[in-house]
Design a protein around this ligand. Sequence first.
Ligand SMILES: [Zn+2]
Ligand SMILES: [Zn+2]
Length: 161
Amino acid sequence: MIWLWAARLLVVWVTILAMEGVAALGHRFVMHGAGWVWHRSHHVSAGRGLEANDIFSLGFAILTIGLFVLAGGPRAWLYWVAVGVTIYGVLYAWLHEFLVHRRLGWRPTARRGYLARLVVAHHLHHATRTRQGAVSFGFLYAPPLPALRSRLRAKAGSLAP
Ligand SMILES: [Zn+2]
Ligand SMILES: [Zn+2]
């Protein structure tokens, strides 16, 4: 029994880690690619009312509900994948929507440590309002800030006419 729960927890944990990879790659290549038509709204007016970009969150929510529906019988493990995706969604909403962009008017801010780095890194992502030239596409992980700043400068230089 303990092993069954250990296996379930492992599936949840691996799913959360994998989702950060999926989200970062999706942000880099889909949202800053063909999906820019919707994601652009988030770079132009982040945190002010509803954005076309929210379609992505809605899509993920529908996919997650689909996973719960598909789980069961021989696919019981899928339930724990869906739990992992849900936890990732909650973390994403808390960190990205509420802590960074202060939607719902949430005021507390992170001053030091991991959360502060995450907030600054995401603001560096928003330093560009164009599809190209952005840095830091993850939501739960942010590279060290000095590295991000120099990459941002290098990209800005290479985009200059
Ligand atoms: Zn972006
Ligand atoms: Zn953002």
